[in-house]
Design a protein around this ligand. Structure first.
Ligand SMILES: [Fe+2]
Ligand SMILES: [Fe+2]
Length: 417
């Protein structure tokens, strides 16, 4: 980051930057204590209501929850909170939540107005829930949260609380969401219940969840979709035919989500798709990639980890000037130097990670890993602020402390000048 812009940015923006940064430790402790208390009395019927997207986040919303069999044919009624065409209703479909007697309930809303707040109700239930669609144009700052490797423990909950306080449009978790290992639907359900409870922004809006696969979503290493049954029972709409995909938001953001060899090999069809997907999105203001296993690990063996990423994907990230790659799996906070051809290069690609939403390990030091610019052993999530053709990436520890701020700028030729 340019020294002047970094200094002026820090002075002018940091106060309002990380809402959770003002969350004093005693308050956070009280929140966590209260949460532990409520978790003790939690039961299978606790709400797992959460939102996600299969397609356009400016005009659609997918409402889902896992629960016991509902009588009749449930409906969702919804309306814009201001203006709009009045109340509408949409049907709810269900399918089994694998390995249990429970069902996944799903309602897909389409034809929504961009940049608009909605409220909805499930059947005749008293509770009113709220969400917002993303704007069609990035006229104002767009904020979202990313991280990985959450689990269901108290640190994951603390990170949820910090993440939600930032008022993001959505959260992205880059694999190892619940640690159900493809075999424990109750663990996956607990993750959803925690997310549902805490990932509500200060205005009371549910925060949609996007994600990609990690190794702990899958059992067996046989690359069969049935080995990621819990995960795909709620994310199958995004990953209908492949286990990788892209979310295009308005005309300004594309988030490419990859599978680091869990259900799809890195080489071959996925890499071919990646090349085409990046080539087609060179006009976007923000072109970001996310995957689970890191190309530049902060904890695991190097060069033994991420070799296929570096061989097949990094040259494409560099060729197509990807703004930033979000990596996870190693359970640390890390930021690399810009990298090109495996070496530091100011025109290279930045890799942020390494997945410590709720899991933690001690990273290696830069003396051992010269590609690391900064690192720490800290639970964290990253707040991304998209502003024009640049982005600010703010690493927030679970206490709300700002661990790191960096900026990336669009290097794609179409946007020069
Ligand atoms: Fe993990
Ligand atoms: Fe992992």
């Amino acid at each position: 980051m340019h020294s002047f812009s970094r200094r002026s940015f820090l002075h002018t923006s940091l106060a309002g930057f990380a809402a959770g940064a003002t969350l004093a430790p005693p308050l956070l402790s009280a929140l966590l204590a209260a949460d532990e208390e409520s978790r003790a009395s939690q039961h299978a019927a606790a709400s797992s209501l959460f939102l996600t997207w299969w397609t356009d986040p400016t005009t659609t919303m997918v409402i889902q929850w896992v629960g016991e069999d509902m009588q009749g044919t449930p409906k969702v009624t919804y309306a814009a909170r201001q203006g709009g065409d009045g109340e509408k209703s949409a049907s709810v479909k269900s399918h089994p939540f694998p390995g249990t007697e429970l069902k996944v309930y799903r309602c897909e809303l389409e034809g929504l107005t961009p940049g608009t707040e909605y409220q909805f109700r499930i059947d005749q239930q008293a509770a009113l829930h709220r969400f917002r669609t993303m704007p069609a144009k990035a006229n104002d700052t767009i904020k979202f949260i990313s991280g990985g490797d959450a689990g269901t423990g108290s640190h994951a909950i603390a990170s949820n609380i910090i993440a939600a306080a930032q008022e993001p449009y959505f959260a992205f978790i880059g694999g190892d969401l619940a640690y159900d290992n493809g075999t424990s639907p109750s663990t996956f359900l607990t993750f959803l219940q925690n997310y549902s409870k805490h990932m509500i922004d200060p205005e009371g809006r549910l925060i949609p969840l996007l994600s990609c696969l990690g190794n702990h979503e899958v059992s067996g290493g046989r690359m069969r979709r049935s080995d990621a049954a819990s995960y795909l029972s709620v994310f199958d709409g995004l990953y209908r035919e492949t286990s990788y995909g892209v979310m295009d938001v308005g005309d300004y953001l594309s988030l490419v989500m990859l599978d680091t060899n869990h259900l799809s090999p890195i080489a071959g069809a996925q890499t071919d798709w990646l090349a085409q997907t990046l080539a087609e999105r060179q006009e976007r203001s923000h072109l970001m990639v996310a995957n689970h296993v890191p190309a530049y690990p902060s904890y695991r063996a190097y060069p033994g980890t991420g070799e296929a990423n570096r061989k097949h994907w990094s040259p494409l990230f560099e060729k197509y000037n990807v703004d930033v790659v979000l990596e996870h799996h190693d359970h640390t906070f890390k930021r690399t130097h810009p990298m090109k051809d495996g070496l530091r290069d100011k025109y290279g690609v930045l890799y942020l990670g390494d997945g410590s939403w709720g899991k933690l390990r001690a990273p290696h030091k830069p003396e051992d890993r010269p590609y690391l610019a900064t690192w720490s052993m800290a639970y964290h999530v990253t707040l991304h602020r998209l502003e024009g053709n640049q982005r600010f990436h703010v690493a927030l520890e679970e206490s709300g402390r700002v661990a790191d701020v960096c900026m990336t700028e669009n290097k794609r030729p179409a946007k020069r000048g």
